[in-house]
Design a protein. Structure first.
Length: 350
C-alpha cells in the first residue's frame, strides 16, 4: 500500500479529476489490441496460480535479445527488479548520477547503502561526461545509469557508454543500466549494451513493457544479466507468483508486435520538434532530449496552474538535484499536444 503522501512518481490520475495526462511517458497509442485480447483470454484462467518461473515469456525474451533463458529475470514492473537487484548485490559503495529516477536511491538505501551522488550539471544540459570514468575506482561496487535518463531525456553517448563498460570491467564494478525508455527514444540515440555483453560481465540491463507497449497497469519488467548467481539471489528475494498470469500473457503478445513502438517513434519524429518549438515560443526553457518527453523549466507554478485546469505534467521538484520550476512533459498526439498548449497559454495569462 502507498500512503497518501508517499507517492513520488508521475501518472497519479486518481487523486483528482484529470482530463489530460502528460506526466506518464507511455506510448500515446496505448496498448496494442493483440495485448488486450491476450489479457482477456488469460482472464479465463484466473483461478490458477501464475507460472512462477515465467517460462515461456523468458524463452521469448531470451530469443529476442540473443541470450539464454537463464540470463533473463521477470518482475512485477521494472521497479521491483530495481529493489531486488540492490538487495541481492548489497553494495557498499554505489555511484549514482543525479538527477535520475528516484527509486535507484530508494532501493540502495533500503539495501543499507548510502549512495555517492555524481551531480549532472545544468549548465552542461545534464549530460554525463567522460569524467565519470575517473570517478570509478576499485572501491566502487556499483554504478547505476539510465539512458535515456529520466527526467532529463539525455542519453549516454555511445562511445562513452562503451568506455564506461570497459572501465567497469577493469575495476570490477557492477554496471546497472536502465534501458526502459530505449524503445521510444530517437532511433539514432537508441543504443543498447545488450549486444556488447560478454560472459562474466557484471552488467544488469533493465527493461519494461510499460512505456513502449502502454502496459503500465499490468506491471511487467525484465532484466538481462549473464551472472546467473546474481539472478538466483534476486529470484529468491521475490515473492512467489510475483508476475500475474495476465501480465505474462500480455508480455508474450507484445513480443509478437515489435512494430508498435516504431509507430510511436514515427509520431515523435514529427511531434517532439513541433512541441519543442511551441513550448519555447511560450517562454519555457526546453532541454533537447532523446526520449519521448521534454524537460522544461523557467515558469514558476506551471505544474499547479495546469493541474487546476485538469492537465497533469510531472513536477520534478522532488528529484535530487532539481528545483521547483523543473517539469517533465510527455510527447503525445497532435490533438493532445495542441490541447496542452491551449491550456498552457490560458493558464499563463492568469
Amino acid at each position: 500500500m502507498i500512503l497518501d503522501k508517499g507517492y513520488v512518481h508521475g501518472g497519479d490520475i486518481y487523486s483528482r479529476p484529470i482530463r489530460l495526462d502528460f506526466s506518464a511517458n507511455v506510448n500515446p497509442f496505448g496498448t496494442p489490441e493483440v495485448v488486450r485480447t491476450a489479457v482477456r483470454a488469460a482472464a479465463e484462467g484466473l483461478s490458477a496460480y501464475p507460472d512462477p518461473c515465467c517460462g515461456p515469456l523468458r524463452e521469448k525474451l531470451a530469443a529476442a535479445n540473443g541470450v539464454t533463458r537463464e540470463n533473463v529475470i521477470c518482475g512485477n514492473g521494472a521497479a521491483e527488479l530495481i529493489y531486488q537487484f540492490a538487495a541481492a548485490l548489497q553494495p557498499k559503495k554505489a555511484l549514482l548520477p543525479v538527477p535520475s529516477f528516484a527509486d535507484y536511491e530508494s532501493a540502495l538505501v533500503a539495501a543499507g547503502c548510502e549512495p555517492t551522488f555524481y551531480p549532472l550539471q545544468r549548465e552542461n544540459g545534464f549530460l554525463l561526461g567522460p569524467d565519470i570514468l575517473d570517478a570509478l575506482g576499485p572501491d566502487t561496487d556499483l554504478l547505476m545509469l539510465c539512458s535515456p535518463n529520466n527526467p532529463t531525456g539525455r542519453s549516454v553517448p555511445r562511445e562513452l557508454l562503451l568506455q564506461v563498460l570497459d572501465r567497469c570491467r577493469q575495476t570490477g564494478t557492477w554496471l546497472f543500466l536502465d534501458e526502459c525508455f530505449l524503445e521510444l527514444a530517437d532511433e539514432d540515440k537508441a543504443f543498447s549494451l545488450a549486444e556488447h555483453l560478454a560472459a562474466g560481465d557484471r552488467v544488469f540491463l533493465l527493461r519494461a513493457f510499460t512505456k513502449a507497449y502502454g502496459m503500465a497497469g499490468l506491471r511487467l519488467g525484465y532484466g538481462l544479466c549473464r551472472d546467473g548467481a546474481l539472478l538466483e539471489r534476486m529470484s529468491r528475494l521475490s515473492q512467489p507468483w510475483n508476475v500475474s498470469t495476465p501480465a505474462q500473457a500480455a508480455g508474450l503478445a507484445a513480443l509478437s508486435c515489435p512494430d508498435w513502438p516504431q509507430r510511436a517513434r514515427a509520431l515523435f519524429q514529427v511531434e517532439k520538434p513541433w512541441l519543442y518549438g511551441r513550448l519555447t515560443q511560450l517562454g519555457l526553457g526546453v532541454l533537447p532530449g532523446d526520449a519521448n518527453f521534454l524537460f522544461v523549466t523557467g515558469v514558476p507554478g506551471l505544474y499547479e496552474k495546469l493541474l487546476g485546469q485538469g492537465v497533469l505534467i510531472r513536477d520534478c521538484g522532488n528529484y535530487r538535484g532539481l528545483q521547483a520550476d523543473d517539469c517533465r512533459i510527455a510527447v503525445r498526439t497532435r490533438a493532445e499536444n495542441e490541447e496542452l498548449l491551449r491550456t498552457m497559454e490560458e493558464a499563463l495569462r492568469v
